[in-house]
Design a protein around this ligand. Sequence first.
Ligand code: SF4
Length: 468
Amino acid sequence: MQNAKDLKEYREELKESLDNEFLRTTLDNFAVAYKAGRANAFKDFDLPQLIDDVACAKDAAASRIEELYEEFKKTAEAAGAHVHLAKDADEANRIIADIAKKSDCKTVVKSKSMTAEETLLNHLLEDEGLEVTETDLGEWIIQLRHEGPTHMVMPAIHLSRHQVKDLFSQVTGKEQQSDIDKLVKVARRELRRKYVEADMGVTGANFAIAETGSIGLVTNEGNARLVSTLPRVHVALMGLDKLVPSLDDALKILKVLPRNATGQAITSYVTWITGRNECASAEDGKKEMHFVFLDNGRLEMAKDPVFGEVLRCVRCGACANVCPVYRLVGGHKMGHIYIGAIGLILTYFFHGKEKAKNLVQNCINCEACKDICAGGIDLPGLIKEIHARIQDEDGHALPSILLGKVMKNRKLFHGLLKAAKFARPAVADGEGYLRHLPMMFAKDQASVRCLPWPTTPSATVGKRSSRA
Ligand code: SF4
């Protein structure tokens, strides 16, 4: 049954986000810039073919995920690395804490890793007495604020430079300016010392290549190179879904990932790591290298005929960029750890029904995420399936919190329509009709109706109501 206290709290949180003009303006501006940047980045490509290539490569990898893990283990160990498999988040964190203990590590620098967010790695390492510093600028900001990311690629997109200025002033004990270049310099100055002093570096990985035992890291700030190079111990934590058979498969994904994430043809840095690199601070001149793979339900998911396609996700974050609801409320209300359409799904699988039940109601089934997905995942269909599962388990229909609020507020409703206009190709047919009503209305009589699109005032619901 729905927990009334949670629901009330969630409603209040939503209201807070809906009242946040800065958040909405920032996300709107980003969404418009993203759309233009992405279109430009793909202009010389056959995009459906690229997406199909990613989907095929990821599906093929998922179908032999255990075999690929064994192959990776063999090749990586032959190159001098240690390979570990954790069944869940606690085990992954424990493995990493034990590595730190055995290697007498006291300080850790980290580059951005959604998998480490998934396991809440920092909490355990800090509980064990280690000093952990995030080195991605956005991640460092949210670490200082003791909060989670609001976007998978841009974790601090919800904050203004003035908020960051206040935060940095507090952290450095000196009044800072809100000029972005100056704020970046402050972060650089503070973080450089940490890289040099750190005993252990923790990164994620965008790819794990079975045939060579290598990982690939796709970054813009260069911090992952410092994290994986300077400390004497490097731990890379990644989901089993990052395994691919060969470099060719990784390159197929790399062609789409930065273009779909931020509209960049390629990120500033793409780093490939195999085995133990040289390291001046290591006793034998070579760093200790560990690859930690996280299962946390991925092996089961790979065999699931409905949800198996979730493993195609390359974590580009595009499904948040185009989501009209995300643009209204931001990432903290559109996912527990993972954000956007995929966040609603992964929250259910990785963090449980209780965390997901309020979130899944936010999907208005506009299908914009499905059209933009780098892996061609049927995100709205899967969210619908999760919603139905929760309803079955809880035994009653859940009211749509966000839509209930939006429908009562004329200004917000029009804001939502304006945001949805961005996703128009996905939600409206060529004749100016919304193909699907939002999830909570997609039942009974409403299931056979289409809504007239706002730019075609002469259209009427009745005219099209017999179409379905
Ligand atoms: S579900 Fe698709 S669009 Fe969303 S993050 Fe994953 S690959 Fe990107």
